[in-house]
Design a protein around this ligand. Structure first.
Ligand code: HEC
Length: 183
């Protein structure tokens, strides 16, 4: 029988440690860091991506502070269900690319999709809709599990900032056809 060096890890703590490091290295460095180092376009902003204004950046801080990212992702995956669901009137949503995130620190890719992905929400709804939605999501979407955010809805400065930030999401890709909503 061919000796299998991995079997040693059953008996030797040192072997387990060394093999773990090797596999972590493959998973963590070779497959995630290395491609980003060789593929230039990943660190370049996509065409149309503008730095956030002070007001939009303030809105982003509110998004962070309120933990919107606990429930909302900002990444449209390659799945047909993603591009269709986050699309608009029959137009498929563009799949997220690394260049969309270069100005984001921290990024809000998110982990759980309790609510819909928000990376294409810019321009989808107008001010009135968002105001009513933050005041009480269930007034607009019966059964919504999104909590009300009255302290945002009732504070014009905070609301305008958060709205300004939300309206930037996905706009760099300039994909929404004939959208007729205000900025
Ligand atoms: C507990 C989870 C949760 C949190 C926290 C949360 N949301 Fe939501 N959100 C949802 C769910 C579920 C929906 C879908 C139902 C609805 O529209 O209310 C939603 C819908 C939305 C929509 C409409 C998306 C669309 O395409 O229709 C926006 C915009 C939104 N949320 C923004 C926010 C912002 C901004 C915050 C932080 C201030 C936030 N949400 C916090 C769960 C959450």
């Amino acid at each position: 029988m061919i000796p299998n060096p991995l079997l040693k890890t059953d008996r030797s703590a040192m072997a387990l440690f060394v093999f773990s490091l090797v596999f972590f290295f493959i998973g963590g460095t070779l497959t995630t860091l290395f491609p980003a180092l060789v593929e230039d376009s990943w660190s370049k902003p996509v065409e149309g991506l503008k730095p956030l204004t002070d007001q939009q950046a303030a809105g982003r801080e509110i998004y962070k502070r309120e933990g919107c990212w606990y429930c909302h992702t900002q990444q449209v995956r390659k799945l047909p269900s993603d591009v269709a669901r986050y699309g608009w009137r029959g137009t498929a949503a563009p799949i997220s690319v690394p260049g969309e995130y270069v100005n984001d620190a921290p990024h809000f890719l998110g982990t759980r999709r309790i609510g819909p992905d928000l990376s294409r929400v810019g321009g989808k709804y107008d001010r009135t809709w968002h105001l009513a939605h933050f005041r009480n999501p269930r007034d607009l979407v019966p059964g919504s599990v999104m909590p009300p955010f009255p302290w945002i809805a009732n504070d014009p400065k905070e609301f305008e900032a958060l709205l300004a930030y939300l309206q930037t999401l996905g706009r760099a890709r300039d994909w929404r056809p004939n959208h007729d909503y205000e900025e």
